[in-house]
Design a protein around this ligand. Structure first.
Ligand code: NAD
Length: 349
């Protein structure tokens, strides 16, 4: 009998890529458009595996229900796993897998796209020209060439972002708990401490995972260290930035711009079409009023290549469960697993 997988928070592109990656007839699918949580977990009845994304709330009560229903595998179709209680999963007898790596170019290129758009005010120019307003007033940007970029986290995505910005002729400073010294030497990147990075950078891009240690790593105190006019980019996880402190810095007109693909309270908002509705999140509503803020709704991963990679790894793990084979190398998460991958640690001190 085919193995049933309940897929949560399914968008049309998820369904299309998962089905395309599973031409063999050994999996059966139940696609739900709502998110998995303690409240919705009973909908996994009959499934041996569930498949979730970044904003499903896979906490202890949810995992207890999944365990009672006989679910054996929780397959994350993302890299970060800050939304899963790994200890509770282990207690419930559920293996957790993730996609350890997928096109890091997708995310790095989106970070740079946001930077270029914000700096050269392309988003404002686009609407102006469509309105036949061909004036240039208020559209002055700065050259990136010769400026300093600070890359916070030099794992897979941070390194590619650094390399792209290096190509623009920027000086690159980097901070990482486990510096990749050989890569830095070859790329012309300088590792510095976090405070120096904050103080000296004209552009700061965040590429570290969200952990209890990194939550609100950008807060009032960090923002106070930064140069006036700094451009801050976050395509990693919303919780890295204290949004209240960010709004205070924006109100004080201290920042040159903020590009966000993630927001700490994005669950239930990002990925949804809420057009025509009243936005209930006052903090996000305020953030979106600043002309210097450019936001996208967690779309940095959204390229054909990344979706193919994600679907291939996810399907390989589901088929491995169905056929009793080992899971994809490096994809099984155990309690205490770091929220970052060991490849980034290879050159650690
Ligand atoms: P990675 O594991 O390859 O790299 C993470 C780096 O952060 C590592 O080098 C690690 O040493 C460093 N790090 C971890 N904790 C640190 C700390 N406390 N201080 C300093 N450095 C620390 O991860 P990656 O593939 O480059 O992804 C980075 C993050 O990007 C992910 O954790 C995820 O949150 C985010 N992401 C976002 C999207 C999106 O669509 N917006 C898509 C994929 C990944």
């Amino acid at each position: 009998m085919n193995m049933l997988t309940a897929v949560y928070d399914t968008k049309p592109y998820d369904q299309a890529h998962l089905l395309a990656a599973a031409p063999r007839d050994i999996l059966q699918w139940q696609f739900w458009d709502f998110r998995l949580s303690a409240e919705t977990a009973r909908t996994a009845s009959g499934a041996r595996a569930v498949c979730v994304f970044v904003n499903d709330a896979v906490d202890r009560p949810c995992l207890r229900t999944l365990g009672e229903l006989g679910v054996k595998l929780l397959a994350l179709r993302c890299t970060g796993h800050n939304n899963v209680d790994l200890h509770a999963a282990q207690e419930a007898g559920i293996t957790v897998t993730r996609v350890p790596a997928y096109s890091p170019y997708a995310v790095a290129e989106h970070a740079v796209a946001l930077l270029l758009t914000l700096n050269r005010k392309i988003h404002r120019a686009f609407t102006r020209v469509r309105d036949q307003n061909f004036s240039l007033n208020g559209l002055v940007g700065t050259d990136l060439h010769g400026k300093t970029a600070g890359i916070f986290g030099t794992g897979k995505i941070g390194r590619i972002t650094a390399q792209i910005l290096r190509g623009f002729g920027m000086r690159i400073l980097a901070f990482d708990a486990y510096p990749a010294s050989e890569w830095a030497r070859q790329t012309g990147v300088e590792y510095v401490d976090a405070r120096t990075l904050a103080r000296e950078s004209d552009v700061i891009s965040l590429h570290i995972p969200l952990t209890p240690e990194t939550r609100h790593i950008i807060r009032g105190e960090t923002l106070a260290l930064m140069k006036p006019g700094v451009i801050l980019i976050n395509v990693s996880r919303g919780g890295l930035i204290d949004t209240t402190a960010l709004i205070a810095a924006l109100k004080a007109d201290k920042l040159g711009g903020v590009a966000l693909d993630v927001y700490e309270e994005e669950e239930g908002i990002f990925f949804e079409d809420l057009s025509g509705q009243v936005l209930q999140d006052d903090t996000l509503a305020r953030l979106l009023t600043f002309p210097k803020v450019l936001a996208t709704a967690h779309q940095a991963f959204l390229t054909q290549e990344a979706l193919n990679d994600i679907a291939r790894t996810t399907v390989a793990n589901l088929e491995a469960l169905a056929e009793g084979r080992p899971f994809v190398d490096g994809s099984v998460l155990t309690e205490g697993a770091p929220l970052f991958t060991s490849s980034a640690l290879a050159e650690g001190p």
